[in-house]
Design a protein around this ligand. Sequence first.
Ligand SMILES: O=C(O)CCC(=O)C(=O)O
Ligand SMILES: [Fe+2]
Length: 327
Amino acid sequence: MSCDSRSTPQEQLRSDKLHPPAPPMPVINLGHLTIEPEARSRVVEDIARACHDLGYFQVINHGISQSVMDRAVEAASEFFKLPSETKQEFASDDIRRPVRYGTSSKDGTRPARTFLKHYAHPLSEWLQYWPEKPPTYREDMGKISAEVRRVALQLMEAILEGRGLGKDYQHEEFQRGLQLLQVNCYPKEPEGDSAIGLAPHSDHGFLTILLASCSGLEVLDRSSNTWRVVQQPRHALHVHVGDYMEVLSNGRIRTVVHRAVLNPGEARISMASIHSFGMHETVSVAKELVDEQDPERYKESSFSDFLDYLMSNADKKRMSFLESLRI
Ligand SMILES: O=C(O)CCC(=O)C(=O)O
Ligand SMILES: [Fe+2]
């Protein structure tokens, strides 16, 4: 994750209530992607427009059953209820660890977010590192990871097609790509105190697919520079683009700054599935999108470079990784 908070309205909470309503959330029916070509091209156009105008949308009819989604949220919730010493086994400051547990706090005392991060693709390589408790964790998280990755690849093809690059553009690299699962647990918002669970940032990969137990996600609306509350209908998945989509598209699709606020009604679980190329595979601007009028705007880099940057810049954070790539 990179922190992109230069001009974000950090202090404003739920400010969209005070501003003109944001444009409606695009809801994409993914079932239409696989039927006849005409319906597919309409969906591809809708996805292209949503990516260009907003950088986020929701998907329904994605083929993941409600029970698979519910069981994953349940497994995550059970993990966070485990005794602290069990969870601490996964605690580490080493961001290259395959599984990492941690907490972050606004005031140094009350945790605002507890997380478990781990790789999820290729599953056979990573599953051995995942928590064995609760006993359902590996199976239920494994199932949702594979399903979400299928949706991510489908969406990536549609986005590439919509940008005129063709759906098979860098097909092998996407197939070999990384999937990072960030499982988050936020406490209920304390009474009389609205709080940020996760500070404004953009995600590093091409695409993030988010599943959450209740509302709390907010995206930065670019046209009004205000936070927009994301309402997530029970079966919908929220999708937003990340830094690497901005790089690949040479800035035609822009990364989405977002944050999480604590829910006033209940504790919240969210699972952000982040999709990028493999650890050492470089992502660069698509040459097809470069010409004299539109020169290359970003340097190439890999996920490994991103991790190095985070480690080297950990206590300074003057510039996000994406900013460091801008030419
Ligand atoms: O909890 C959320 O809604 C957002 C999580 C997120 O942005 C992340 O894990 O990168
Ligand atoms: Fe994020």
